[in-house]
Write a protein that binds this ligand. Sequence first.
Ligand code: CUV
Ligand code: SF4
Length: 625
Amino acid sequence: MNPNSLDRSIDRASQTMLREARSAGIETVWDRYEKQLPQCSFGQLGICCRNCNMGPCRIDPFGEGAEKGVCGATADIIVARNLLRMIAAGAAAHSDHARDAVLTFKRMCEGAAGSYNIKDEAKLYSLATEYGIPTDNRTREEVASELADSLIAEFGKQAGPICFTRRAPEARIKLWQKIGIDPRGIDREIVECMHRTHIGVDNDATHILLHGLRTSLSDGWGGSMIATEVQDVLFGTPKPVTSSVNLGVLSEGKVNILIHGHEPILSEMIVEAAEAPEILKLAEKMGAKGINIAGMCCTGNETLMRHGVPTAGNFLQQELAIITGAVEAMVVDVQCIMPALGQLTSCYHTKFISTSPKAEFPGALRMEFHEEEAFETAKKIVRAAVENFPNRNSSKVIIPAEKQACMVGFSAEAILSALGGTPEPLLDAIKSGAVKGIGAVVGCNNVKIKHNYGHVNLVKELIKNDVLVVTTGCNAIACAEAGLLSPEAAELAGPGLKAVCKALGGIPPVLHMGSCVDISRILVLTAVVAKALGVDISDLPAAGAAPEWMSEKAVSIGAYVVSSGVHTVLGTVPPVLGSETVTGLLTSGLNGVVGASFAVEPDPFKAAELMLSHIEAKRKALGLE
Ligand code: CUV
Ligand code: SF4
């Protein structure tokens, strides 16, 4: 890879910081990637196994050396098992996040998490109804408490089904039941992944993969959806709000606190704590003009869409933000936080504060966060950042100018209300061809793809061709940085989509639906549209993409999106090419099983073509020309 900053990112703010990193001799993720090259080809192909201590074993991809592991496992078995473990880890990450949100909710009901309360009562009652919980003559707290118990029970259910899976169209549920992938309790599915992949248990690639689909569904329609819904009850269901993104949101004169990771439980409190009068007074005393909170990654998405808190960047910008020299504290919880941050922050005055009982980092200052004293801990963290302000070395500060306006917060509820309360106007637009279909573009950054290049170009191609795009995660932030989440971006859309955006009062052609767990909102939206059309999700003119994905969570996401019937294009190659059987199943065999499959295409322009032709084919099948 060429170390030229222009080749590493398409984003100007990031290019500026990459230049600064080079001149200061600071190492970043791109440099570490180069040191890894060439990466191990056995790993890339997915044909190494360390599942027992007779190994490690590896299969010779050229058929010259070993064809089997010591136990006799073939490439098919090893690749499928490795993939299943990736799905298990991803589903576990989302679902453990959900568990913590639900437990906080339960503690709040018991009066033991005093800093939290119910922000969306309407959602509380609609969820209670969905769970068959009686609401007449009961206090709000009684209803909430029983709902919390029902949600907690979803994790340990020995027999299915998970309640929210019943939001899918009837035909989809029947299909899941028929092929045996209607998920049971979330924890059960994940544990079974680990059991099946232990030496000498499940040794048939197809059989292994089917359990992968079931596990992923327990994430999408289970863990992730539970996280989304409970967070909406606790923190409010997002509504359209404007804000700004990119490294330029950092402030020269204020105390900058970055909140990075994935859970809103902590960040919601930090946002509140930064408004406490005594803390603002302290900031003034320290010579700051105020306190500036900015998000990163999905924690950023959560606070962006609920409070309009600006976001400083996505996954590959976490180090670049520190290199501005203007960050007093980088506060992290879980997921996608580079362990490199410890050493990096030690080159600056930045305090690297870890908060999750589950996640410790080298070089981090530990300020463990527990619901019981949430607000107090949040204040302590903010105070530590404020007191660090005088240590900022202004000669080291470089804040890029780029700061892009965006409109975010399009929950499924917000989209329906923008449509006037029913999906009909959207259906009409799809039927008339003004909107050709829906593109769901999500997922991480990956150093293997030029930062934001895949995200931005793919989305631009889709809207240019009248495909309405819904986005979450790091794609959403990339889109925001490129100006695609502003109403003005409708000018970049095809004539049909542009007119629809204008008719709906000036919405962007790319709708920010939230964080990664909020891909569950996309599932809900597709289910609503499919039901209104009287078809299955796999019949919709819709396609998904993860142009720069890297995490195991993304593998679980891809699996549940496809299992839900949405054809999905991946921008980086998953480690499966060592098995023709597994590769064939993923890229075509699944069509006959769940009515959708994967494609891999690193070039975003070609990926857009794949999605567009899929959408065209689905339109034709529905009789829409
Ligand atoms: Ni999950 S999308 S890197 S932060 S999982 Fe993290 Fe959201 Fe990928 Fe981005
Ligand atoms: Fe090797 Fe089989 Fe053990 Fe894997 S499970 S390390 S293939 S012997």
